[in-house]
Design a protein around this ligand. Structure first.
Ligand code: SF4
Length: 699
């Protein structure tokens, strides 16, 4: 931990409280400084999401901020085959604005758009969607939440009325039954996983539904009957089977449902799940989970006391991601497990600000606060405040932008903090679309995979170099505080403002607190949020307004945000990504504790000591059949493409299923994932790819 490490450099001269920029737990830290040098990151004892705890990433993986790969000067090139030319900020901004204007004049208003990232602050995301709507004049704005938790937004809004988790993390300490489905908290949300384990040690019961034996499986408090090792892509069938047991065995909380939910929708749902085709016995052929296990798990969930559901991308990143989210909400409502502490529907958001990037309206169909662009009254309030006319029609989602680019209709893209060239599925399709554009602008820390297709590079800033806020998975808004000057001269929000001004739509913010004031003015759920209140309270869980001036740890207490909860019919539709003789295995993907997403930050820290490559986990039976041994190189072929990884033989897998992470660009995990996506939101089906694997010689 010495090479590249910035930790333990000596005694600090000052410290600044800020928020981790990695996962959706949103741990609070004291950044201890010597002048402009970061000495160490110390988990903050008053942090309400972490209570003084941290994981290895937030504590140690900060060397990237001063890594030699940082680009700190703007660069342009007219063709992607040309070398980069370092230019002044004035020249870079003028060139970008000139290109975007030229493209709109040649190809039309809708030929450009913007993508923001869940790594950005709320204030930065607000400005990107404002830039697109007010300066570009269209709704072509999207966020990387498109490829992770967009089904959460859709599914929870449809059933409960709000696109967010229902509880605070501390609520788990009142849970009697914890149901983890499609999530691996130990690796993805380590600090919350520790809290969950504390509750398990106190005696809470655990149900796990996952194709792979995640770390929590080793918990002494989980019984074999409550480990539902389902086949990838069958979440909806499993959840419907659990609901079938709840209805069939008279375990519905009738009083809760009668008081809190729409009666007609409930009656329809009850008849739907009661159908024998949803029984555990009938579903077993699809899920691979023995019927008795499903029955035991459903009984425990319905009768074991407070039951809380925690889910992650193993639920959302499917062709039925939105359906599965609605099935989870149905199960919580049917058993009365919502609206008080210890229960609820809790999406474990992957990145630090997934919740915030969605809250801030970086969707082509929604203005901030999840309000549709066609809503005349909402649009009017923004038009009056911003002094522009806004479009009532939704713009392009990220995959639509790619399709339009390949059709020659979409030519310019502003990308802030997102490496779509590595993170989005079917890399060949993404890079072909980027290659068809005339002005790709990447605003980031490093020359990433997307930057290979960029014409303008605008050097971005790390979380240490700017003020702002992040919103974690429990809707907690926390301050990000500048501890050092931006290495490029500008924080990201200032760059967006420069571009907007150059395009002719003036922005005159002098500090992100003014952007938060605008957010509060125009977004009812943020009406009571300000930097002064955040300083006073430490952090705030939205909704925060006149009715809840200190915020809202538990939602839907007396009634659902939409009034009555709405049961949705969740028909199971098998994925079209089928195994066959040519592609007999299913590949599914995930994360590892010491790395973070595409690895841009963690690969540039001493973390590589612990985990230096993505590997392919293979069940011993599948490996033996193919003559593959531990550490062998393995070629992986799918309908989308081919790549090569080293083998890790693992009993954690089930036969017929292989698994990898996607933290390293050269492993090419997304070269083989397909373009299949969620029917409602286009969230990619990363979790199910039919593949074949063969032993190969070292590439
Ligand atoms: Fe950062 Fe998440 Fe680790 Fe907390 S648990 S330190 S938020 S990566």
């Amino acid at each position: 931990l010495t090479e590249n490490s910035v930790i333990e450099k000596g005694q600090p001269q000052r410290s600044v409280v800020t928020t981790c920029a990695y996962c959706g737990v949103g741990c609070s830290f004291r950044a201890e400084m010597q002048g402009e040098d970061l000495v160490r990151m110390v988990p903050h004892i008053d942090g309400k999401a972490n209570h003084g705890h941290s994981c290895v990433k937030g504590r140690f993986a900060i060397g990237y901020a001063t890594h030699k790969d940082r680009i700190t000067t703007p660069m342009i090139r007219r063709k992607t085959s040309d070398p980069w030319t370092v230019v002044s900020w004035d020249e870079a901004i003028a060139y970008t604005a000139g290109e975007f204007k030229r493209i709109q004049s040649a190809y039309g208003r809708d030929a450009i758009g913007g993508i923001t990232s869940s790594r950005c602050t709320n204030e930065e995301t607000w400005l990107v969607q404002k830039l697109v709507r007010a300066a570009f004049g269209n709704n072509n704005v999207d966020t990387c939440a498109r490829v992770c938790h967009s089904p959460t937004g859709y599914g929870l809004k449809a059933t409960l009325g709000e696109s967010a988790g229902t509880q605070d993390f501390d609520s788990v300490m009142q849970a009697d039954v914890i149901f983890v489905i499609g999530a691996n908290p130990t690796d993805g949300h380590p600090v919350f996983a520790s809290q969950m384990k504390r509750r398990l040690r106190q005696g809470a019961k655990l149900i796990i539904a996952d194709p792979r034996s995640i770390d929590l499986v080793r918990s002494p408090h989980v019984e074999a009957d409550h480990l539902l090792k389902l086949r990838p892509g069958t979440n909806v069938a499993l959840l419907n089977a659990m609901a079938h047991v709840v209805v069939d065995e008279g375990l519905v909380d009738e009083a809760f449902v009668a008081q809190r939910c729409e009666p007609d929708a409930f009656a329809r749902w009850k008849a739907f799940v009661a159908d024998p085709r949803h029984s555990p016995e009938a579903s077993a052929a699809e899920t691979g989970v023995p019927a008795e296990q499903v029955r035991h798990a459903a009984r425990l969930f319905a009768t074991g006391g407070n039951a809380a559901i925690y889910y992650g991308l193993g639920v959302t990143e499917h062709s039925q991601g939105s359906t599965a989210v609605m099935a989870i909400a149905n199960l919580a409502m049917a058993t009365g497990n919502i609206g008080r502490r210890g229960v609820g529907v809790n999406p474990l958001r992957g990145q630090n600000n997934v919740q915030g990037s969605c809250d801030m309206g970086s969707f082509p169909h929604e203005l901030p606060g999840y309000r549709h662009v066609s809503d005349v009254g909402v649009r009017g309030s923004f038009e009056q405040d911003w002094g522009v006319t806004l479009l009532a029609e939704p713009g392009l989602r990220i995959p639509n932008m790619f399709e339009a680019a390949l059709d020659g209709e979409f030519k310019g893209l502003y990308i802030e903090g997102e490496d779509i060239g590595q993170s989005d599925p079917n890399t060949q399709h993404v890079t072909a679309a980027l290659g068809a554009m005339e002005c790709v602008v990447v605003q980031d820390l490093f020359l990433n995979e997307t930057a290979k297709f960029a014409h303008v590079f605008l050097p971005g800033s790390t979380f240490l170099e700017k003020d702002g806020t992040f919103t974690n998975a429990e809707r907690r808004i926390s301050r990000v505080r500048r501890v050092m000057q931006p290495k490029s001269g500008y924080a990201d929000w200032e760059i967006t403002q420069l571009l907007s001004n150059a395009l002719g739509y003036p922005m005159h913010y002098t500090h992100p607190s003014e952007i938060m004031d605008e957010i509060a003015r125009l977004t009812p759920t943020f009406a009571g949020v300000s930097y002064a209140r955040l300083d006073e309270l430490g952090s705030i869980q939205w909704p925060c307004n006149a009715e809840a001036p200190d915020g809202t740890p538990t939602m839907h207490v007396d009634e659902f945000v939409r009034g009555k909860g709405r049961f949705m019919l969740t028909e199971y539709v098998p994925t079209t990504e089928k195994v066959n003789a040519k592609f007999p295995l299913i590949l599914t993907t995930g994360r590892i504790l010491s790395q973070y997403n595409v690895g841009a930050q963690t690969r540039r820290t001493p973390n590589t000591v612990w985990h230096s490559e993505d590997r392919l986990e293979i069940h011993p039976h599948d490996a033996e059949q193919r003559g593959i041994g531990e550490g062998d190189w393995v070629g992986i072929a799918s309908r989308a493409g081919e790549t090569v990884l080293r083998a890790q033989i693992s009993e954690r897998m089930q036969p017929g299923v292989v698994y990898t992470t996607f933290h390293f660009p050269f492993s090419g995990a997304n070269v083989i994932t397909t373009e299949n996506s969620d029917w409602a939101t286009n969230c990619p089906e990363y979790k199910v790819t039919a593949v074949e694997i063969t032993r190969v010689s070292q590439p």
